[in-house]
Design a protein around this ligand. Structure first.
Ligand code: 5GP
Ligand code: MN
Length: 327
């Protein structure tokens, strides 16, 4: 992110009356919290933002201020004059909400922090060193001259606290802690974010963890699990629920790299990768058509489940071998 991109972003917003904010599928606290914060900041400036995410918000995020404003799609001819991609590393992450005919007609602003972001916007407010998209979002809101208080601070806290798994990722620094302190001092509801977003696991998801953990395999320093569609159906788990398997597996002490394979109803398999600092799973996820961060990345790959596991695990083993050798 440069001072120029920040100025270009505020200029785009100044010219817009009705921007569309897009959050990514299987929405997390960062994409939702950052989008909600910007929506709250734009309201007093006389803008009427539209918020969209192809999937419904999970209960852990649906309590956030203004969350009921989210819609699941917008018409191609919707009267929006600016599109803002929030926490999306590429346009395919819009999940179909972005319409191809808008290209070249509606300006596109990208606000993100993924290392794999391919700068697909007309203006790109991308800060790969940031722990969450909420960080460049805070800078943007400040540049708009809107005070960061109360509900805005709570939404940004949700972004920072979820993307750092409660300030536990290795990119958490004194600056991150100071930022959290600042948001709490500004009226951000830390306790609510911790209790309702970080700590609350729906019953269904816990039961899903039972299945995932029962199938957990450890091969040297690689841990993985495969979750069949039949089990999802039996537990009543929808496709937009990824059970947060990547973060669950990331805690296996013996593993340097973990992978979860979740079978989808459309025949694809959603893969989440996590790794210890010093390793990098972003490149592999990107090579498989996905993206993410060094320590947390993912992709969707063709099924069926067994074939996806058989195709991808050797790539993970190669990655471990190569990266262990160079450490
Ligand atoms: P998760 O494994 O929890 O779904 O995602 C971990 C990280 O990888 C997140 O930053 C997420 O945005 C990114 N990610 C996960 N799946 C995909 C994907 O299919 N495409 C891209 N570009 N990024 C993904
Ligand atoms: Mn994020």
């Amino acid at each position: 992110m440069t001072p120029t991109s920040l100025t270009q972003a505020t200029n785009l917003l100044a010219q817009s009356k009705r921007p569309l904010l897009i959050a990514h599928p299987r929405p997390d606290g960062d994409t939702v919290g950052s989008a909600l914060a910007l929506r709250l900041a734009l309201a007093p400036l006389g803008k009427a933002p539209v918020l969209a995410c192809v999937h419904p918000l999970p209960a852990s995020l649906a309590w956030l201020p203004g969350a009921d404003a989210f819609v699941q799609d917008v018409a191609e001819d919707a009267p929006v004059d600016l599109v803002i991609a929030v926490d999306l590393s590429d346009l395919s992450r819009a999940g179909g909400v972005y319409k191809d005919t808008w290209r070249g007609h509606k300006p596109l602003l990208v606000i993100d922090h993924h290392e794999t972001n391919n700068a697909f916007g007309d203006v790109n407010l991308v800060e790969p060193e940031a722990v969450a998209t909420a960080v460049p979002m805070l800078a943007l809101i400040r540049a708009l001259g809107v005070p960061v208080a109360g509900a805005i601070a709570t939404c940004l806290l949700a972004g920072v606290l979820t993307d750092t798994r409660g300030l536990r990722t290795d990119n958490t620094t004194a600056t991150t802690l100071a930022l959290v302190a600042e948001l709490v001092a500004a009226g951000g509801d830390y306790a609510a974010v911790v209790q309702k977003t970080l700590d609350a696991v729906p019953y269904q998801q816990m039961r899903g963890w039972g299945v995932a953990l029962y199938g957990l395999q450890l091969e040297g320093d690689l841990a993985w699990t495969a979750f069949p569609l039949a089990e999802k159906t039996q537990l009543g788990i929808a496709d937009h629920d990824d059970l947060d398997l990547g973060n669950l597996l990331s805690r296996v002490a013996e593993a340097n790299v973990v992978a979860s394979f979740l079978e989808m109803r459309d025949g694809t398999v959603k893969i989440s990768f996590r790794c210890r600092p010093g390793y990098n799973v972003a490149t592999l996820a990107k090579a498989l058509g996905g993206g993410g961060h060094r320590q947390a990345a993912g992709c969707s790959t063709p099924g069926p489940l067994d074939a996806a596991v058989a195709r991808v695990l050797p790539l993970v083993r190669d990655l471990l071998r190569a990266q262990s050798a160079s450490m």
